[in-house]
Design a protein around this ligand. Structure first.
Ligand code: DGJ
Length: 731
């Protein structure tokens, strides 16, 4: 690919009526403009965020229509709000300068634009007029997708060390009120529960202080809807995520003009960060997709962006798998696993995944209270090592994958006894365990090396291992790093240096093993962010695999993540029939976590056929455009569909998600989306259970127009609780 790269120093120096030179910087996507403009003191402000302005001359007129300064708070619409000088509202930046001074101001220096393929990267340089502090605001735009990635670099060119106590990634300003915020809170087994609220004056904060598993209780994903509550196909919405694996803080500040100030970044909680002379702090990215056709379009834009530009192997192959976790827990041996490997093959799956419990000898991992950290095969359970199982898999023509949790340790382990100083723990206080384990101190390069070696030696000994499930089950309690202390680095670096240490390890792993599939897991959905997904092919949304709950969970994750990243397994959870479970899991990256020998013959037959069927339509689910059709929050049923790029093939999933009021059937058609109005289509029900027939007539030809304006009734009822329809163009 030829790389066209050029730099343009911005020329837009416009002369306003009173002859004061002002700079106007538009950040533009296909449908939206964000306009930044300097004032007569050269401070940079956001004067517009909304639908695309087509005439450059219009940019000059925007600011005159508003009055942004506030006698009480300074200026609300600063493009990156400093503190300690003229601003008294929530800042984006707080600095203790080299001489101890706490005041910062920022003025515009210059702007540079780089274009590379589909990306436009605008870098705006600001500086403090008194101190030699540089701030670079970065905006990377994928214009056609209306997706923006924003981050900040803070460069210390002062005479000595400075200390940052706030260092946001992005500081946005919106005047198109009202604002409705949807955020996603939860806990273990209840991840990603949405709440929508109208923002009123004051600050609403989303944050995490958990250190690791940062998404467990609340997530850095949010949705802002402008003027009215979010709708699927109408209205302006912004779907955003702070792509950071540690503590985050996102402030939604409605100012006294009822405008929205959004300040997002690393959580400054216990995290004052020192920058040596010459050092740069690079913040994580705020990533957002903007749409004026509701959340559906915003999600599709984000999905396409994620697959194309972000997720490891985002448009590549995904392996269906059988996981032994819920079939065996810690209780297995070679024979049991060999049987599961044959089951993997018999079911027609691609890979067998060996979960927790395969390691530890002096402290065998027979439960979750011992062995974590000792990554040698348990000789009793696996006398012939992993190599034997890899060979068994090969014999059966399936691939082999392995579970690890390399950032963590049980106190009952050789690792802990040898390196007690490698854990995060307050030295004077009793250890506080989470699932009987502690977090290793990834600020320490020796620990980083250890974690790398865990992965490296597994691959070196067994180069044919094709998949890793990387788990993370504890939060950081008693935050204290022995390594930072020994190296005279402030303890307030811990939360940040931990995450950066993790990224360093993953960088090293990916340099050596660029494409092995890896699943990101965090005891359920504690981790799924777009920084980690640079290294992972998929994530585990929740340990809750009850298919009814999964309909809701997967629905909520689908706002932000494409199906190709969402691992969905069939397990024993839930009372629904096998067909229902398989159909729900087929809306993502399909896997199984069951004891196959417990399936009756119909379930077994159905499952094998459904896996074959999944392999036929998975390109639609994994790579197609997703359309949410009927929300389980508003209906007793849920319906989604995926359409290929040519609009010639689609698959529609329909489920009875509640029968609280004895809802016996879908009483009306469900309108499809994303098809071609002028094309003709046939509809066929697939994944039928043995000895059942579809109640739909597959001989009918429908127009795309009909399917999108009238729809079809999938005939979901108490006997047909899940229905999958394949829609193909009739030629
Ligand atoms: C938590 C994960 O979410 C489970 O799938 C399983 O891997 C266990 N950890 C193993 O300890």
């Amino acid at each position: 690919m030829i790389e066209i790269r050029f730099k343009v120093l911005i020329i837009l120096v416009l002369v306003v009526s009173y002859c004061k030179a002002q700079t106007i910087i538009p950040i533009e996507t296909k449908d939206f403009s964000m306009v930044l403009q300097t004032d007569n003191q050269n401070k940079l402000k956001t004067v517009y965020f909304g639908k695309k302005l087509n005439y450059e001359l219009d940019f000059q007129q925007i600011e005159k229509q508003y009055y942004f300064p506030s006698a009480n708070a300074g200026i609300y619409n600063s493009a990156y709000t400093p503190s300690g000088t003229w601003n008294l509202s929530e800042p984006a930046l707080q600095v203790k300068h080299f001489d101890g001074n706490l005041s910062t101001d920022l003025i515009f220096v210059d702007v540079e634009v780089q274009k590379k393929d589909e990306e436009t990267h605008t870098k705006i340089k600001l500086t403090d007029p008194v101190y030699n502090l540089i701030v670079i605001l970065n905006y990377k735009v994928w214009a056609n997708l209306n997706v923006v990635e924003q981050w900040t670099e803070i460069i210390n060119k002062e005479n000595d060390t400075i200390e940052l106590s706030k260092y946001a990634s992005a500081n946005l300003y919106f005047t198109n009120k009202d604002f409705y915020l949807t955020h996603f809170q939860g806990e273990y087994l209840k991840e990603m529960q949405p709440t929508e609220e109208r923002l009123t004056q004051g600050i609403k904060t989303l944050d995490s202080k958990l250190g690791t598993r940062a998404m467990l209780i609340g997530t850095p994903n949010f949705m802002i809807s402008f003027d009215k509550p979010a709708e699927e196909d109408n209205g302006m919405v912004l779907l955003g995520q702070l792509a950071w694996t540690g503590n985050y803080k996102i402030d939604f500040d409605i100012d006294s003009y009822k405008n929205l100030r959004l300040i997002a970044g690393v959580n400054p909680y216990s995290s004052n960060y020192t920058l040596q002379k010459g050092e740069t702090f690079k913040s994580p990215s705020l990533i957002y997709s903007i749409s004026d056709n509701g959340t559906g379009k915003a999600s599709r834009q984000l999905h396409t962006w994620a697959r194309k530009y972000r997720v490891l192997n985002g448009e590549g192959e995904r392996l269906t798998l059988l996981n032994n976790w819920e079939a065996t827990y810690f209780d297995f041996n070679e024979d049991k696993l060999s049987k599961l490997i044959t089951d993997t093959k018999d079911l027609g799956l691609d890979l067998f995944l060996l979960d927790d419990g395969w390691f530890g000898n002096k402290y065998p991992r027979n439960n979750d209270d011992a062995g974590l950290g000792d990554w040698q095969e348990n000789r009793k359970k696996l006398p012939n090592g992993l190599g034997y199982l890899v060979k068994e898999a090969k014999k059966n023509k399936v691939k082999f994958g392995i579970w690890i949790e390399p950032e963590m340790v049980n106190p009952e382990s050789e690792l802990f006894k040898t390196h007690p100083d490698w854990v995060i723990k307050q030295p004077e206080r009793p250890a506080k365990l989470y699932r009987n384990q502690m977090v290793l101190d990834l600020t320490n390069p020796d620990v980083q090396n250890f974690v790398f070696t865990v992965v490296d030696s597994i691959f070196t000994k067994n180069p044919e291992i094709a998949f890793v499930k990387w788990d993370c089950n504890a939060v950081i309690y008693n935050a204290y790093s022995n390594y930072l202390e020994q190296n005279k680095i402030p303890q307030t670096h811990l939360y940040i240096d931990y995450v950066q240490g993790l990224y360093k390890v993953l960088d090293k792993i990916r340099q050596k093993y660029p494409s092995v599939s890896m699943m990101l897991c965090s005891g359920g959905g504690g981790r799924a962010d777009y920084e980690l997904l640079k290294y992972f092919t998929e994530f585990w949304p929740s340990d809750n695999t009850d298919p009814i709950e999964r309909i809701f969970l997967q629905w909520n994750y689908s706002y932000f993540f494409p199906s190709i990243t969402t691992a969905c397994h069939v397990t024993n959870w839930g009372k629904q029939p096998m067909k229902f479970k398989v159909d729900v899991a087929s809306m993502g990256k399909l896997g199984f976590d069951i004891d196959v020998s417990h399936l009756n013959s119909d379930d077994l037959f159905f499952t094998k056929e459904a896996i074959k069927e999944y392999n036929e339509f998975k390109h639609l689910v994994l790579l197609g455009d997703q359309f949410r059709l009927a929300s389980p929050y508003q209906n007793p049923y849920a319906s989604l569909m995926y359409v290929d790029k040519n609009k010639s093939e689609a698959v529609m999933f329909n489920y009875l998600s509640s029968n609280r009021f004895m809802e016996k059937m879908t009483r009306q058609p469900i309108k499809m989306k994303g098809l071609d109005i002028d094309k003709k289509y046939k509809i066929k029900e697939i994944n039928l259970f043995p000895n059942t027939k579809s109640t739909l007539d597959d001989s009918i030809t429908y127009s795309g127009n009909f399917l999108m304006n009238v729809g079809v009734n999938p005939d979901i009822n108490l006997k047909r609780t899940s229905v999958i329809l394949l829609i193909t163009e009739a030629k």
